[in-house]
Write a new protein. Structure first.
Length: 148
C-alpha cells in the first residue's frame, strides 16, 4: 500500500502539481551540481544544508536549512501534499504566503527564536493557517517525528 501511495503522490505531483514540481526539479539539479546528495523522506526528495536557515518545498522536493528542527521534514512534506491538492494554485496560495510569513516571523520574533523550545517555535510558526495545515498533514501522513 505504501508503494501505491508514493506512486500516486508522484503521479499527482507530475500532473496536477507540475508547476511546483518543475521548479523543485530545477533546484534539485542545482543542488546535485553543487555536490549535495539527496535523501528520500517517505517518497519525497530531500536536500539538507541548502541555506543557513529556513526550509522550503517545491512539490515532491524539499530543501532544508542548516538549523532545521526535527519536525521540519514532516512540515515540508506536508507542503508537498498541499501541492497535489492545490495543483497550479500551490505556488501562489502556499508559496508566496509561506515566504511572506517566514520573513515576517523571523523579523518579528528574531530575539525570541533562539530561546524557544522546538515545541514553542512550531506552535508560534503554525499560527499561520497554511503552515499549520502543512504541519498537520505532514504529521498525519508521515509521523511520528524521528529524533536526530
Amino acid at each position: 500500500m505504501k508503494k501505491i501511495a508514493i506512486a500516486l503522490f508522484w503521479i499527482l505531483s507530475l500532473t496536477w502539481g507540475l508547476p511546483a514540481t518543475l521548479a523543485g526539479a530545477v533546484l534539485a539539479l542545482v543542488c546535485l551540481a553543487k555536490g549535495r546528495r539527496p535523501k528520500l523522506f517517505h517518497g519525497n526528495v530531500c536536500f539538507e544544508h541548502v541555506r543557513p536557515y529556513g526550509s522550503n518545498n517545491l512539490g515532491p522536493f524539499f530543501f532544508l536549512g542548516d538549523r532545521h528542527l526535527d519536525i521540519t521534514p514532516y512540515h515540508e512534506a506536508g507542503h508537498g501534499l498541499q501541492n497535489i491538492v492545490l495543483g497550479p494554485l500551490y505556488p501562489l496560495v502556499v508559496g508566496v504566503s509561506s515566504e511572506i510569513w517566514f520573513r515576517h516571523f523571523n523579523r518579528k520574533y528574531a530575539e525570541q527564536i533562539g530561546v524557544w523550545s522546538p515545541e514553542e517555535h512550531v506552535a508560534a510558526y503554525d499560527r499561520m493557517p497554511i503552515e499549520r495545515w502543512a504541519t498537520a498533514w505532514g504529521m498525519k501522513a508521515y509521523g511520528p517525528v524521528e529524533r536526530r
